[in-house]
Design a protein around this ligand. Structure first.
Ligand SMILES: [Fe+2]
Ligand SMILES: [Fe+2]
Length: 152
């Protein structure tokens, strides 16, 4: 079935640990985009806000995919939101400065961190756990799109 993993060839607890970090990062990214969309001020703020709201929705969808995979692997997603920051590898700065340039720069750094986390997950699972590999690949493609959107 889809949950099969070549356990003898892969450290599942290590994989769950990295997925847990990714999961926490997705919630933090969701919140950063969601709030940023409301606060953003500056050139083209309406268009930027719409884009940030779309990104927020997609980050939440990533959290769903990662949580499902953690559970399939026998792990448990972070149960306390206060633990999200401790688990996260990604940079998620608070949108305290609503100027559009600052906000977008913070989000770009967050996306670059997310891209490197999903690359790590792909390295861990390549030819060992195709299900997790494909989940990570799908999310990675969207994170790359996010970064390109923000850069433009
Ligand atoms: Fe994401
Ligand atoms: Fe993203």
């Amino acid at each position: 079935m889809g949950t099969r993993v070549a356990r003898s060839r892969m450290d599942v607890s290590k994989l769950v640990e990295v997925l847990t970090a990714a999961y926490a990062s997705e919630w933090l990214a969701y919140y950063q985009y969601w709030l940023g969309a409301k606060l953003v001020r500056g050139a083209d703020e309406g268009r930027v806000a719409a884009e940030l709201t779309l990104h927020a929705t997609e980050e939440l969808a990533h959290a769903v995919l990662v949580a499902d995979r953690i559970i399939q692997l026998g792990g448990a997603p972070v149960t306390q939101p206060r633990d999200w920051r401790a688990s996260r590898p990604a940079s998620t700065d608070a949108p305290d400065d609503p100027w559009v340039g600052t906000l977008l720069d913070q989000n770009i750094v967050g996306e670059q961190c997310a891209i490197s986390v999903y690359k790590d997950i792909m390295d861990l699972t390549r030819e060992k756990d195709p299900v997790t590999y494909n989940v990570a690949l799908g999310i990675l493609q969207q994170e790359v799109e996010h970064e390109e959107d923000l850069q433009s």
